[in-house]
Design a protein around this ligand. Sequence first.
Ligand SMILES: Cc1cc2nc3c(=O)[nH]c(=O)nc-3n(C[C@H](O)[C@H](O)[C@H](O)COP(=O)(O)O)c2cc1C
Length: 259
Amino acid sequence: MAEESPYKPFYSVLVLAFFCSLLVAGAAVGLRPLQEENKLQDRKKNILQAAGLWQEDASIDALFADIETRVIELDSGQFVPESSISPPEYDQRKAAMNADMGESIPDPDDVAGLGRREKYSLVYLVRKNGDINQVVLPVRGKGLWSTMYAYIALQDDFKTINGISFYEHGETPGLGGEIENDRWQAGWQGKKVYDESSQEALTVGKAQGDTPEKYQVDGISGATLTTEGVDNLVDFWFGSNGFKPFLTRLQETGGKYNG
Ligand SMILES: Cc1cc2nc3c(=O)[nH]c(=O)nc-3n(C[C@H](O)[C@H](O)[C@H](O)COP(=O)(O)O)c2cc1C
């Protein structure tokens, strides 16, 4: 009887490992478009939720058809023509890291811990009789463990919050992860981002002295650091390095801005 090669088990394991890796790589590549589509649908759902337009039994795409997606230049607050940047193809996160499309934020201004900022942002508009009736803005900022991503919808005075929806973060479930809690998010409704003199005035967490309730959102107990991160992201995105130039244009034109 011929003696078996001592290397045979080794070869068998190698061949098996090779086919398994092919299978895993094939699945990862093959499923990527599906994952991307699911991510896109989830973001649309969160935009609808922030705007109070989400309905459990309706199709996301049908509901989203009422929302106009545009790109703005953050510094000027002006709309960017679709021929320059096409909203469906614009990847804001990649743009922040790009040498031409993004820029680093000087330390004193970087209150949300972002490091870099994109020059252009997507915005989502809901119109009524042709005028902008609601605007949904993508915001993000550092929490305790992660960058937290959310959409914030403002009513037609462009100062009052209609809703917020956190859709991606790596905070601890039950602690910082409570930013996703519907009850906590409901507490943002009706709060004012700007005061009478158009200064950013919303505080998330501990109220400072006699802060009126309309400028104050409760913090999450046991998650002081995540709460601070949320407070900071509000400060950044509603300040002059964020959406303030755009929101000022909407406030001044009563939602008729089209430039
Ligand atoms: C395992 C673990 C996970 C935690 N996750 C969070 C978190 O996601 N967000 C947060 O703000 N604090 C988190 N904390 C708590 C912080 O370490 C810190 O104690 C807390 O933010 C302080 O809040 P307090 O002043 O309300 O106690 C976590 C603590 C532990 C031990």
